[in-house]
Every structure is written in structure tokens, then in C-alpha cells.
Design a protein around this ligand. Structure first.
Ligand SMILES: Cc1cc2nc3c(=O)[nH]c(=O)nc-3n(C[C@H](O)[C@H](O)[C@H](O)COP(=O)(O)OP(=O)(O)OC[C@H]3O[C@@H](n4cnc5c(N)ncnc54)[C@H](O)[C@@H]3O)c2cc1C
Length: 635
């Protein structure tokens, strides 16, 4: 049994592969905002934008506008967990990357284009990285950005519901509820159904001797563990930024969300002494093409995500001089950091042909009669295979676990000339200084048993993904010089650094040893991709590339307007304000300085919660300053 699978979407046969969700809700009735002034303008009504807008509008004396390019969509496709295994093409932008030489060509760039952004189209995995990953952010000059301070916000953003007692007993699910919240907006819970073969998959990870922490959310996220899904426990439907953070408060008179409007420039006023102060945005209506302006008294808050936030800064005159000039944008402030430092989780898909899968398995929906019966079960009982998104088990392993060559790899990282494998924008000395600091931190994390280097999702069929968690290669996002308002140029540069390539190869070798264990004999696994003919490093990489099984992205684009001091080539400081201009902040995944070893959404909810407190604090809005130190009311 085989199927060529995308690594982002562990496709199951219960749903079609390419989905065209319909039922866009009308944007009729939205107020005319042109020429109006709000206290805050939030650009992008995705995961972080809606989170921040909710919190800022808690103070009824502050007005908050969210401008979103997409529309409101809420239907079975966005809500039934099993659909999270499919590509919701109509709810995403149509972007293709620039050719990525080391992964064999161009790749789709997956970004949600809908109210709720990525949280509506993503795979619903809801996990955190190890404490060391977040502590690295503080080591990069961002005071207060560490695991302990974020823990308060991880809790504040969630409500945790444990798995059923039956599943705990039958599958051995472990958890510790004390690391989650009890009344936060996002629901972190477990699907009611688990595939029987999950037991064998778990037995194999235990047999291989990897650590099995009871609760990864404690900051000990290295090993094989159970994770919740962003899932409403009673209805077994998706919990996303829209239904968690926007719908419950949409009646606030001081909160306005407008849809179908593309922001294409941040507006500034200029003063000889004060310099540039952001005071509004220009936007284009997707329905009638009109271009209008709206103004902000306190802050313009960028939440357009890792691809569009750097594009918008560049369109507004903040970015690398050569990029701006090539696109005909006049330079307000030269900022090489805008669009640099882009990171993701590149990955290899090793695929096995497995026999004797238990029934049902992720392919069982190919039988129309069975497919109909699981839909009937879901509709009647909110149970069965359709409650499963990407499953509830993940393995994130340290380099020491993955390969005995770990110390040689660490030495190779330390011995590298940091400039050698970076794109040309790193000719800038500040960017290079920041990367050198990142490189030293990465070397330490690669050497540590307390930080993961590779993800191996634990799925009950033959897809064995090897996803590199902390790449040394750096990508860029830049204006398209021949069409600055068109999609930006997304250049991943994945595996440009040979160490990244070597670790992926070692992960493939670890996977092979893993699947050779006798505990997995019942499946009689046969490696299809890359295939056993591929043995040397070059053969493994080349065959994966030829088979289109080497991916630049896990849809975890991050870091392209990173939070670091300006002397390290950062774009925003620890206060999330853009360096060198006033009243412009960024709260989305572009601020991540070093990508953590995890799927990103739980982290971004926590980041956005913290961002809201920072913004409230400096604008005199009502809130508890103790929250920022992790001493706020426990949620
Ligand atoms: C397909 C996919 C699968 C994923 N799977 C998982 C997973 O299983 N688990 C996990 O933890 N994470 C996952 N992620 C990642 C996670 O969803 C993202 O990291 C997260 O959504 C980032 O939040 P953000 O606010 O930075 O950006 P987004 O959520 O992308 O929000 C940005 C918003 O800005 C809007 N926007 C952009 N430009 C403009 C403009 N010019 N004008 C107006 N609006 C604009 C966009 O339409 C979008 O709504 C996945 C992501 C994708 C795309």
C-alpha cells in the first residue's frame, strides 16, 4: 500500500486531497473605515492579529481596527479535524517560491488567506518546544523572552481538556494539565478516536530507547510524547483564532474587523526631531479596487505573517536599500534585517509500504461505504476517524539520539566561517554578527540532550518524516522588482549550509534503523522513498530530490523581521517595536529570532498574548503589569 504524501499534510483517504471550501460569509454590513482614526490598527486578521485585537479591545476606551485580506469562512472543511490532512487551496494565497536549489526546485508557499489565517487551514497540532528553544531568544538580546515568562502566556491562551479515560488506559496517553490553562480562549484537547496501530508505533519508539517525557509542555519537549490538538472537546471541531479570540467578542463596539482589504503601505508622518512615526495604512478593496487610507493614533501593529509583513515594510520604505531601489520604492530607513533571517523546518519524506495495517487505518476511507459510515458516526456521536487531524503523538529527538556523529557535527558548525553559506544581504555586518551569535547558540543546542534537532511525527501508516528543526541556512523575502504589489520573492535557501543537509541524511539513517526493529515486523515494511539503493549522503539527498520528497517548508515560515537588537541585525526589539521608527510594532511569526523545535501555533498564541500586554503597558491601557513577569492571575 503506498501513497505519495506531502509532509505538511499527512493525507488520509477520508477526505479529498485538494479542497475548495465554499460558503464565504458576506462582508456586507462592515463599516466604512476610510479616513477614520482608531487607537490601534492591526494589519492581518490571522492567528496573532485576532489574538492581539481581542486583548487590546478589552479596554473599552480604546478603539481597535483589524484589516484582513481574506474573508470569513466557517464550514465543514475548516471545522472537521480530518480535513486538516488536506490542502485547503482556496483558503490560501497562490504563491510559489523562487527555485530552491538544494531541495530540487520551487515549492508552494502555504499561507492562510482567511479570517483566522493559518489557524483555520493548519494541521491543528498544538505543541510547544523545549525550554532551551525559548531561552535562546533571550540569549539573542531579548530580555524577558524565555520559557518561564512565556509559560504564563501559554496558559493564558488555552483551556486544556484531558483525553478520555478509556483512551488514557488503552493507549497509555500521558499528560500534566498543570502546564496548560483552564479558561483561555484556545481549546487544547484530544480526539476521541485513536488508530489501533498507534500502539505499535509507540512500542517501536519505546523499544528504540528514546526519552518519553510525561508532558512535553513542561519545557521538556525532547523524546516521544503525546500532544493535544487545537480542538473543541465537545463538538470535536477545530479551535482557531476566529472562534477562540474573535467570535466571542465581536459585539464589542470598540472592535472593528474588515475583510477583503489588502493593506499595501504603512503611512508615516515625519518630524525633523521625531523622525518617522507610523500613523495609518493604505489599503485596496478586493471587491471594487478602490484605494483608501485609515489612521492610527497609538500604533500600527503588523500581524500579516512571515511572508507579508516584511513585504509591507519594504513597500513602505523600510528594508534593504538594493531591494527597495530595484522595486522603485524610496528608502525611509535602510534596514537589511527586513526580509532576512527567514527560517522553516525543511524535511525529507521517507515512505514505507506497510502490510497488515489494522482496520480502520488512514486509507480505509477509500471504501465509499466505510467512508459514509464514519461520517454518520461523526455526525451522530462526534467520534471516529474524522476526529483525528494529525494524530496525538510526536517525536522530537536530540542530535545525540539521532547520530553517534553528533560531536563531529557540532565541531563542524563551530569551525565554519559564518558568512560562507549565507545570502548576499549578510554582507551587512550587523546581520552577520547576529547570525554568528545564533550559530553559537545552535551549536550548543545541537550538543545538548535537552533540545531537539529533528522531528519524526508518529503516524499509524508508512510516512516517516524527518524534519530539521534548527537550520543554519537562512532564507529571504523580498519585493518582486517587476511587480512590487505582487507576491514577494520567497527564497528559502534550505540546506544551503552543508550541516543542515548532513543532519537530514542522519535522520534518514535513524529512520531506517528504527523501521528495522523487530517490533515493527508485523508491517513487513519496505522502503519506497528514497529506497534502499540510496546509501551515501549524496545518493540519499539526490534520490529524495528526484522523487520530490525533499521539502523546503513545513509551513513554518518565521524570522523574517526578527526580534533582536539592531546591532545583531534585528528588526524589532524585545518590546516588538520596529527599530528606528515610532509607533510601528510586529506581533506575528516574523519576529521569531530562532525557529523553535515545534509546530508554531501554540507558540504564536503565547507570543501574541505577551505582545498585547507589552502594547497595553506602553500605551497606558488597563492591564496587570505583573503579567509580563509571569506573575499575573493564573488562567
Ligand atoms: C498549511 C499550514 C499548516 C500548518 N500546520 C500547523 C500545525 O499543524 N500546527 C501548528 O502549530 N502550526 C501549523 N502551521 C503554522 C501556523 O498556523 C502559523 O505559524 C501561524 O498561523 C502564524 O500566525 P501569524 O499570525 O504569524 O500568521 P497568519 O496566521 O498566517 O496570519 C496572517 C494574516 O494576515 C493576512 N494578511 C497578509 N497580508 C495582508 C495584507 N497585505 N493586508 C491584509 N491582510 C493581510 C493573511 O490573510 C492572514 O490572515 C501551519 C500553517 C499552515 C499555513
Amino acid at each position: 500500500m503506498s501513497l505519495l504524501l506531502s509532509s505538511i499534510f499527512y493525507l488520509s483517504s477520508f477526505v479529498p486531497r485538494i479542497l475548495s471550501p465554499s460558503a464565504t460569509e458576506s462582508n456586507n454590513g462592515e463599516p466604512d473605515i476610510s479616513g477614520q482614526t482608531f487607537d490601534y490598527i492591526v494589519v492581518g486578521g490571522g492567528l496573532t492579529g485576532l489574538t492581539v485585537a481581542n486583548r487590546l479591545s478589552e479596554d473599552s476606551s480604546r478603539t481597535v481596527l483589524v484589516i484582513e485580506n481574506g474573508y470569513k469562512v466557517n464550514n465543514a472543511v475548516t471545522q472537521v479535524p480530518s480535513f486538516a490532512n488536506s490542502i485547503m487551496a482556496n483558503l490560501m494565497y497562490d504563491i510559489t517560491s523562487a527555485p530552491d536549489a538544494n531541495t530540487g526546485g520551487t515549492h508552494p508557499v502555504y499561507v492562510g488567506n482567511v479570517v483566522g489565517g493559518g489557524s483555520v487551514v493548519n494541521g491543528m497540532a498544538f505543541d510547544r518546544a523545549a525550554a532551551a528553544d525559548y531561552n535562546a531568544w533571550e540569549q539573542l538580546g531579548n530580555s524577558g523572552w524565555n520559557f518561564d515568562s512565556l509559560l504564563h502566556y501559554f496558559k493564558k491562551s488555552t483551556t486544556f481538556t484531558p483525553p478520555t479515560a478509556k483512551n488514557v488506559e488503552e493507549f497509555g496517553i500521558t499528560y500534566d494539565a498543570s502546564y496548560y490553562g483552564t479558561n483561555g480562549p484556545v481549546q487544547a484537547s484530544f480526539p476521541r478516536f485513536e488508530y489501533q496501530d498507534t500502539k505499535t508505533i509507540w512500542a517501536a519508539f519505546k523499544a528504540s530507547g528514546v526519552p518519553t517525557p510525561k508532558e512535553h509542555a513542561s519545557g521538556n519537549a525532547v523524546g516521544a510524547y503525546w500532544i493535544p490538538t487545537a480542538l473543541q472537546p465537545n463538538t470535536q471541531t477545530r479551535s482557531d483564532a476566529r472562534n477562540a479570540y474573535y467570535d466571542p467578542v465581536k459585539g464589542r463596539s470598540n472592535l472593528v474587523l474588515v475583510t477583503g482589504k489588502t493593506v499595501n503601505e504603512i503611512l508615516f508622518k515625519y518630524g525633523l526631531l521625531s523622525g518617522y512615526t507610523a500613523n495609518g495604512v493604505q489599503y485596496k478593496s478586493r471587491t471594487d479596487g478602490s484605494v483608501k487610507k485609515v489612521y492610527a493614533k497609538r500604533e500600527v501593529i503588523m500581524a500579516a505573517g512571515s511572508i507579508f509583513t516584511p513585504q509591507l515594510l519594504q513597500l513602505s520604505g523600510l528594508g534593504p536599500r538594493s531591494v527597495l531601489q530595484a522595486a522603485g520604492v524610496s528608502v525611509k530607513k535602510e534596514m537589511p534585517a527586513v526580509g532576512a533571517n527567514m527560517q522553516d523546518h525543511p524535511n525529507a519524506n521517507v515512505i514505507y509500504d506497510l502490510q497488515n495495517l489494522s482496520f480502520p487505518n488512514p486509507y480505509s476511507g477509500a471504501d465509499p461505504a466505510y467512508n459514509a459510515s464514519v461520517w454518520a458516526q461523526y455526525n451522530a456521536e462526534k467520534n471516529g476517524p474524522l476526529t483525528q487531524a494529525h494524530g496525538s503523538s510526536l517525536a522530537f529527538l536530540s542530535l545525540q539520539t539521532i547520530t553517534s556523529k553528533w560531536s563531529q557535527i557540532v565541531s563542524a558548525v563551530k569551525a565554519q566561517n559564518a558568512r560562507t553559506y549565507l545570502p548576499s544581504v549578510y554582507d551587512d555586518s550587523s546581520l552577520l554578527r547576529g547570525f554568528t551569535k545564533q550559530r553559537d547558540i545552535i551549536a550548543n543546542l545541537h550538543a545538548s540532550p535537552d533540545a531537539a534537532v529533528g522531528e519524526f511525527p508518529m503516524v499509524p501508516f508508512g510516512l516517516a518524516i524527518s524534519a530539521l528543526q534548527r537550520p543554519l541556512s537562512r532564507g529571504t523575502v523580498t519585493l518582486n522588482p517587476s511587480n512590487k504589489y505582487g507576491n514577494p520573492v520567497v527564497q528559502w535557501n534550505s540546506m544551503q549550509n552543508p550541516v543542515d543537509r548532513q543532519i537530514i541524511v542522519e535522520m534518514v539513517r535513524w529512520t531506517r534503523e528504527h523501521w528495522a526493529q523487530s517490533v515493527l515486523d508485523k508491517f513487513s515494511p519496505i522502503e519506497l522513498t528514497p529506497g534502499v539503493q540510496a546509501q551515501t549522503d549524496d545518493e540519499i539527498i539526490n534520490d529524495l530530490m528526484q522523487q520530490k520528497a525533499l521539502q523546503a517548508s513545513f509551513a513554518h515560515m518565521s524570522g523574517s523581521c526578527s526580534m533582536m537588537p539592531e546591532s545583531y541585525g534585528g528588526c524589532v526589539g524585545g518590546d516588538l517595536l520596529v527599530h528606528g521608527v515610532k509607533s510601528l510594532s510586529i506581533v506575528d511569526a516574523s519576529i521569531i529570532p530562532l525557529i523553535p523545535a515545534t509546530h508554531l501555533q501554540a507558540t504564536m498564541y503565547a507570543v501574541a498574548e505577551k505582545a498585547a500586554d507589552l502594547i497595553k503597558g506602553r500605551n497606558g491601557d488597563s492591564f496587570s503589569i505583573w503579567n509580563l513577569f509571569g506573575f499575573g492571575r493564573r488562567h
